[in-house]
Design a protein around this ligand. Structure first.
Ligand SMILES: Cc1cc2nc3c(=O)[nH]c(=O)nc-3n(C[C@H](O)[C@H](O)[C@H](O)COP(=O)(O)O)c2cc1C
Length: 243
């Protein structure tokens, strides 16, 4: 067995393991050349028939400020209408993982269990873009349906990895897709586009409690089963356990 540093994918593993959702940013902007590099790398994402359905609006400077203000104003009002329906239900392992990561965040920032006003204050941090100097709003061609959104998911993952490789912290935000009409109005996004999510990014405030915990991943035994063709129910479980 090779040790992790001598593996050919060692650098990729480092970026994958070190990336985490950043929920407190320093005000320092990311230089345009660095943002362009991240965008160029993310353009390499594979897509259905190479349609490349993603389009991105990147905010900077006063643009980020204007979007933040508009989102906070909208979030103060009731209701939301995402272009892509939000999950119908969290159940089983999804529910357990959602709860665990949620409580990790609340514990980190000192929100007590059951304190609904504090939950709401933390939720609103999404619309303040966690003070990030930039956000990227990712949209898909409406006509491409769910597969367009899947391609955009690949784009989001590659964007975040490319950012990590460039020392830039990110957080994907489906929460921003709650208010597509606000994004359309402020950013001039057409009616033929579906808002998939935002990615707020910048330099991490490493000292902030919100950035001091890391989420877990299930082991292969929970996500993968092998089928070697010997019969319907012959399963050889993959190892190792949770990481
Ligand atoms: C498509 C997508 C949407 C997300 N939306 C939000 C969001 O609105 N707000 C938020 O704080 N985190 C959001 N996240 C971050 C997830 O909560 C996070 O990726 C997950 O808990 C795993 O933690 P990690 O990113 O630190 O590894 C989103 C992640 C993805 C991939």
């Amino acid at each position: 067995m090779q040790d992790s540093q001598s593996r050919p994918d060692a650098q990729l593993e480092t970026w994958l393991r070190e990336r985490h959702s950043c929920r407190a940013f320093l005000p320092r902007p990311v230089p345009r050349a660095v943002i362009e590099r991240i965008l160029e790398l993310a353009q390499r994402t594979a897509s259905w028939c190479n349609c490349q359905p993603w389009q991105v609006v990147v905010t900077e400077g006063e643009g980020t400020g204007r979007l933040r203000e508009a989102l906070l104003r909208r979030a103060a009002m009731p209701g939301f209408t995402p272009d892509i329906p939000f999950p119908r239900e969290y159940r089983g392992a999804s529910l357990a993982r959602r709860r665990e990561s949620g409580f990790q965040l609340y514990d980190a920032v000192g929100v007590a269990r059951g304190d609904r006003a504090a939950y709401r204050r933390q939720e609103l941090r999404n619309f303040a873009l966690f003070d990030a100097p930039h956000t990227a709003i990712v949209t898909s061609d409406e006509a491409l349906g769910e597969y367009g959104a899947i391609d955009c998911g690949g784009y989001v993952a590659n964007f975040m990895l490319a950012a990590q490789a460039n020392g830039v912290a990110t957080v994907a935000q489906a929460s921003l897709a709650m208010y597509p009409e606000t994004l359309r109005e402020v950013l001039g996004i057409g009616a033929d586009r579906r808002v998939v999510c935002g990615i707020s990014f910048g330099y991490a405030d490493a000292a902030h409690p919100a950035n001091r915990y890391r989420t877990r991943r299930a082991g292969l035994d929970e996500a993968v089963r092998w089928f070697a063709g010997q019969g319907e129910h012959v399963l050889e479980r993959a190892g190792p356990g949770a990481v």
